[in-house]
Design a binder for this molecule. Structure first.
Ligand code: PMP
Length: 293
């Protein structure tokens, strides 16, 4: 079945889905995005994703391309048209198309909206989680506002490539004091030997992950202790467990950091239980893509 993309008001075949050469996201990375999980034909945590989108847009003074109800309709329609049961819906808003010049165009153009959806194998994620993954650590090289989900991802791309070339799944950005910030596309967590689940406080230096919020809810539900504070690479290497979270990979145990095993080098019980329980606490939309017959 051929893929369909939504581009500025039209559903078009993926192969001919185009944006203008003077789209500001293309020339200046002047745009923001969201990636929302699709699970069993339902959108997961759409409210949190759209709240974060609103915030990113507000911080960059890009107007919303349409109201929330309309945006949700487009996201769900794109998922349905691509017959995605398990996968992702991607949404990008740029400041729009204008003759190239750094300041905001005046008068402002209409913001440009692109939505795509793709299927992912749930089994592949489960397999990675069952064996655990490796991470490497890299110095923080991003701008000072990674809390804004901008499409300016070059440092993340370079870090992820470095991880891949090192045989690792993820790269953790580390600040000059040796504290772990987050992964190139995931939030970073550890479990201490006395059972506390630790993730860095969500200030302007990391993205406030939607999965991070869901895992925090689940930790509360399971009567575990959550600590939102910085932790160092040394503390992570000596921890009982480590794991990463994102909408596209949910919860994945980390079993090696910079080549050194975390604890016994096996996925830990807390990360494994959090992965299993994550959809108990997430918001689920109605079924957008019905089961195939
Ligand atoms: N940090 C970064 C830098 C990311 O790109 C992502 C993925 N969007 C995350 C964290 C995880 O966020 P979420 O749980 O909302 O996918």
């Amino acid at each position: 079945m051929s893929r369909i993309a939504y581009v500025n008001g039209r559903y078009v075949p993926h192969g001919s889905a185009m944006v203008h050469v003077e789209d500001r996201a293309y020339q200046f990375a002047d745009g923001v995005y969201e990636v929302c999980e699709v699970f069993g034909g339902r959108l997961v945590d759409e409210t949190r994703h759209l709240d974060r989108l609103d915030r990113s847009l507000r911080e960059l003074r890009i107007p919303a391309p349409m109201d929330r109800r309309a945006l949700l309709t487009v996201m769900r329609e794109t998922v349905a048209r691509n017959r995605v049961r398990d996968g992702l819906v991607y949404l990008q808003v740029s400041r729009g198309v204008a003759r190239r010049d750094h300041p905001f165009p005046d008068p402002p153009p209409a913001p440009a909206l692109v939505v795509t959806a793709k299927s992912l194998s749930a089994a592949a994620g489960d397999k990675a989680a069952a064996s655990g993954v490796s991470v490497i650590t890299v110095p923080e090289t991003r701008w000072a506002r990674p809390d804004i989900k901008s499409v300016s991802l070059l440092p993340n791309v370079l870090a992820k490539q470095q991880a891949k070339e090192a045989g690792a799944r993820e790269a953790w950005f580390v600040d000059p004091e040796g504290r772990v910030l987050e992964g190139s596309s995931t939030n970073a967590w550890i479990v201490t030997h006395d059972g506390k689940v630790v993730t860095r406080q969500a200030d302007t230096h990391i993205l406030r992950g939607v999965t991070r919020a869901a895992v925090s809810d689940l930790i509360g539900r399971r009567n575990l202790t959550l600590e939102e504070r910085a932790f160092t690479v040394e503390e992570a290497k000596a921890a009982a467990e480590a794991f990463i979270t994102s909408a596209s990979s949910l919860v994945i145990p980390v079993v090696r950091i910079d080549g050194a095993p975390v604890a016994d080098g096996q996925p830990g019980p807390v990360a494994t239980a959090l992965r299993k329980g994550i959809h108990d606490v997430t918001e689920m939309s109605h079924v957008v893509t019905p089961p195939f017959v």
